[in-house]
Design a protein around this ligand. Structure first.
Ligand code: ATP
Length: 954
């Protein structure tokens, strides 16, 4: 894949798809390739500086080189995609059926115009299904694109010396980007500064091991083989650094190998596969029934052609052609609704898993809390100092500020975040980590100026924060010599301290002094504060590893910050509890802080929850961990690292749980990938986590997970609703045909063209409307669906058999009532008989009207449909009215009367049909009432643990 660096070392990218334009700054082909230059030469070559480009220069360059985007994959033409719909299995079967019917028409003598109509009607079904399939596919694609565009892709860039967060598309050659662990690399760059930097080049090279990157020149011929270049599409695994962009968009290595087609086949979800298999089985059954009908008609003395055409019509009507499309539409609607509730689902698969989630492992900071930190206490030398003021505005007082200057100064030096003054409508903001932002604000309140302090003691080395060490340290050049500043989790920090500073005097960290610090930490954590310790030490020789650096430290004090819970979380937690979903808090924070927050949001209500720390997890074997997770009590996992999270997720899954897990850091990726639903953060969080996850929360809030679970559950239920609706009507179509055949009635009570009209007019639209039903009010009052539960549950089958049976009774009743009322003997009926025409019109209308009521009945599973409002799904009402309107037209419009062999119905007929529909609704209401009644004793006896619907609802 490599190419000679000399060709492109300094060559500049062109706009996607165009040849590179001449460049403004040293484009000379004779210049050495970018990887062979020294850092200062790189800056000169790209007319930039360690302060980055100026905004003006960046604008000019963007105009010249275009946005940093890959060319969009070329899509198949609209027509080709529409025509592809006709190659689907069902479509082919139907086209063959239509052709056979046409053949029957052509060969028959005399020709029966009805067969020609049937042939066209079948084609009509094919075209309608193709249109629905096409629209669905198109809109699903648009949804996917819109969702993709909503996932934030940003990068940190230096412009005019300012560190900005910009959309990746805004990068131009010459930009200086800041790289940190978890970042996605947005363009091809030459590293000029690296601190323990390593990247994963797997998307380019297939090699997934992390590879180290350095800032020094190399002798390598190709950039791809150079240890000082990073490439678009790859990710930063650890460390930090700065790099100069040398290629953007299509001219990057990734752009070159990026195939311009949508080669990834669209994956079907297990649900879609199940429905496809089921639809095929039903189709096979339809063919069998058709064959049976054919034999039956032949026996009753019909001609070969008419028996064949009849059987074909029945078969075609029973084929569930629209089913897969309807399914995809309802999944896509679910995805869109989730996006509206701030949860971006990347694959349809996630919708299903969400609906059956049994455990949510959640982070604390940002997900349960607002991540808007305010330092309220600083402890030093045995004294706790209060800090007043809220938010990021540096307005407030620090009691005994003089005493705390050194502590706050060291903490400030060890931060990467930046405090941004108000501009426009925005108030004070923090760029970067909010924990660090809070420290800057507290320091400012104490009279320090973070910018000035950082300038006075320039950073010459660093060991970035990592959630396993739970520490961060930086090395600074000061007039007093080189100093290491460390901040992080107090326990971890204290373990590396040997001395402590008390009122400016340094002393050995004796056991009582150590206990004093631990006590102060516990007091703060017990109040729910997030506590960070700060320590320093002079360094002689630059330390090489974090372990070397973070040893023999002098402890300065503790900083405690408040992170208020998100207001919406408590309600979401209650909803999860009602829904039988267990919440396990997994946090890197102190157990006392974790418990205080967990209590505030309602995750912990027991007086004695199980609190397990990462180090205790380390000492557990698989069986012990399994035993811990088997206890259904309230569980808090504290001071854990991402590796622990991964272990817990795997152990929960081994217990058969469906696990949703949140994560924001780069090291969370394995747990996110392993979980059934990996949930990452859109507002904060790293690119790596977002890539590894199935779902991105735009607002980072736990409440959005709950909302997504509710929608996931409702999607599944909606699918069952339209399945019940569709299958019950198939029974109602088949029943009168069989009844007439067995009663010895020579004609059909429903012709094939009529069946197709029902399928076209009253089937598809209400099914789609059912797929878009909003969640039922009791959606979160029931335990999660079992993973083993199939879509075609006994409950679903019972349901459509019940509805189909009631419908069939009514349909058969009106038909035979009309036949008997005419007083004509069975054998004397002809198809042109007005009584017969009226009877088959009644049969068709009975199905259409009862389907309208059926659609209303299936809207709720157990609850009375009146509890959700009979007319609360306007789309369904409109679809039903359309079906009835079409039926009226078939009954009254002379042209349609000829086509369908129908007759005008009287007002009394309609009244009977509506009365019957109401009866159907009533019968279903009684069934639901019965199910509700029966559910009560079953649930009160349920074991403790996940509450079942009834218990929870109380
Ligand atoms: P959660 O996993 O619930 O979001 P968390 O944010 O506390 O909790 P981590 O980000 O892994 O989890 O942090 C673990 C610990 O590391 C924190 O409790 C804190 O003491 C320390 N810490 C967090 N951020 C920093 C930082 N920027 N610099 C130094 N130490 C930090």
């Amino acid at each position: 894949m490599g190419r000679p660096g000399g060709h492109h070392g300094l060559s500049r990218p062109g706009r996607a798809g165009r040849a590179a334009k001449p460049t403004a700054t040293p484009p000379a082909d004779s210049a050495p390739p970018v990887q062979q230059l020294r850092a200062d030469e790189v800056f000169t070559a790209f007319a930039t500086s360690p302060r980055g480009l100026s905004e003006g220069a960046a604008d000019t360059l963007r105009e010249r080189y275009g946005p940093n985007e890959l060319p969009r994959p070329r899509r198949k033409g609209v027509w080709r995609r529409f025509l592809a719909q006709f190659t689907d299995l069902f479509a082919l079967v139907l086209i063959a059926a239509s052709a056979l019917t046409f053949l029957a028409y052509a060969l028959q003598d005399p020709r029966d115009v009805g067969n020609l109509q049937l042939a066209f009607a079948i084609l009509g079904v094919v075209v309608l299904n193709a249109v629905i399939g096409f629209v669905q596919e198109y809109s699903a694609e648009r949804t996917a694109e819109t969702l993709q565009a909503m996932v934030p892709h940003t990068c940190r860039v230096l412009r005019d010396g300012e560190r900005l967060e910009l959309p990746s598309g805004a990068l131009v050659p010459g930009d200086v980007v800041v790289l940190e662990a978890g970042d996605a690399v947005s363009a091809d760059c030459r590293v000029v500064e690296a601190h323990g930097l390593s990247v994963n080049n797997a998307p380019l090279t297939g090699e997934s091991a992390a590879v180290a990157r350095v800032g020094e020149p190399t002798a390598s011929d190709t950039a791809l083989d150079s240890r000082n270049c990073v490439f678009m599409g790859t990710t930063v695994v650890s460390g930090s650094g700065k790099a100069v962009v040398y290629a953007t968009g299509a001219t990057t290595e990734f752009g070159r190998i990026f195939r311009l087609t949508d080669q990834a086949p669209r994956q079907k979800t297990p649900l879609q596969r199940e429905v496809a298999v089921m639809a095929r089985r039903v189709a096979a059954l339809a063919v069998a029934i058709g064959a049976g009908m054919f034999a039956l008609r032949l026996q009753t003395g019909q001609s070969l052609v008419s028996a064949f055409v009849f059987a074909l019509g029945v078969m075609v009507a029973m084929v569930p052609e629209g089913l897969p499309a309807t399914l995809s539409v309802s999944l896509a609607i679910g995805v869109r609704r989730m996006a509206r509730r701030q949860a971006l689902v990347k694959r349809l698969l996630a919708v299903e898993a969400l609906g059956s989630t049994t455990v949510i492992c959640t982070d604390k900071t940002g997900t349960l809390t607002q991540a808007e930190m305010t330092v309220t206490r600083v402890w030093s030398g045995g004294i706790s100092h209060e800090v007043s003021g809220v938010g990021y505005a540096p307005v407030g007082e620090v009691s005994g500020a003089e005493e705390l200057r050194e502590l706050l100064r060291s903490a400030v030096l060890c931060t990467d975040a930046r405090l941004v003054p108000p501009s426009g409508s925005e108030g004070w903001r923090v760029l970067g980590d909010t924990t660090e932002g809070a420290i800057l604000v507290a320091a400012a309140k104490a009279g320090l100026h973070p910018g000035t302090e950082k300038e006075a003691a320039p950073r010459i080395g660093e060991f970035p924060f990592d959630p396993v060490r739970k520490l961060m340290s930086t090395v600074h050049r000061t007039p007093e010599g080189e100093v290491l500043c460390v901040k992080g989790a107090p326990q971890e920090l204290l373990a590396r301290c040997i001395r402590i500073r008390v009122h400016g005097a340094e002393q050995d960290l004796t056991a009582p002094l150590r206990d004093g610090v631990v006590g102060a930490n516990d007091t703060m954590a017990g109040k729910g504060l997030r506590v960070l310790g700060v320590a320093v030490r002079p360094v002689g020789e630059a330390p090489r590893t974090a372990e070397q650096a973070e040893a023999g430290l002098t402890f300065l004090g503790l900083i405690g910050m408040l992170d208020p819970p998100r207001p919406e979380v408590a309600e979401a937690v209650r909803a999860c509890r009602r829904a039988g979903i267990r919440i396990v808090m997994v946090t890197g924070d102190h157990p006392l802080t974790a418990e205080a927050i967990a209590r505030r949001v309602g995750i912990v209500t027991d007086p004695h929850p199980t609190v397990v720390t990462g180090s205790r997890l380390d000492g557990m074997d698989a069986a012990e961990l399994d035993g811990l997770l088997a206890e259904q009590g309230q569980l808090l996992l504290c001071r854990v690292s991402p590796e622990h999270k991964m272990r817990v997720v795997a152990a929960l899954q081994a217990r058969g749980e469906v696990v949703a897990v949140t994560g924001d850091g780069a090291n969370d990726a394995p747990a996110l990938k392993h979980a059934d639903i990996g949930v990452s953060m859109g507002a904060t969080g790293t690119d790596v986590a977002r890539e590894a996850s199935e779902m991105v929360l735009l607002d980072d809030s736990f409440a959005s997970i709950t909302a997504a679970v509710e929608l996931g559950r409702s999607v599944y239920r909606n699918i069952r609703k339209f399945l019940a609706y569709l299958f019950s009507h198939n029974i109602a179509e088949l029943a009168p045909i069989l009844a007439a055949a067995f009663a010895g009635f020579p004609l059909v009570p429903l012709t094939a063209v009529q069946i197709l009209a029902i399928d076209l007019g009253s089937d598809v639209l209400p099914a789609l409307a059912l797929g878009a039903e909003p969640p039922e009010p009791d959606t979160m009052d029931r335990p999660p669906r079992s993973r083993r539960e199939r879509l075609f549950s006994a409950e679903l089958v019972r349901r459509f058999l019940f509805l189909g049976a009631v419908q069939s009774i009514g349909v058969c009743a009106v038909f035979f009532w009309q036949i008997h009322a005419s007083g004509i003997p069975y054998a004397d009926f002809t198809s042109s008989d007005p009584a017969y025409r009226k009877a088959i019109t009644l049969t068709q209308a009975a199905i259409v009207v009862s389907q309208f009521f059926n659609a209303l009945a299936v809207r709720t599973d157990r609850q009375s449909v009146f509890s959700v409002g009979l007319f609360s799904n306007p789309r369904l009402i409109a679809a039903g009215c359309f079906g009835i309107g079409l039926m009226a037209a078939i009954s009254y419009v002379p042209l349609l009367q000829d086509v369908f062999n129908t007759a005008p119905l009287a007002a009394a007929d309609w009244a009977v049909l509506v009365a019957f529909g109401v009866l159907l609704l009533g019968a279903e209401e009684v069934r639901k009432w019965w199910v509700r009644r029966r559910a009560v004793p079953a649930t009160t006896g349920a074991p403790s643990g996940a509450p079942t619907g009834k218990e929870a609802a109380r």
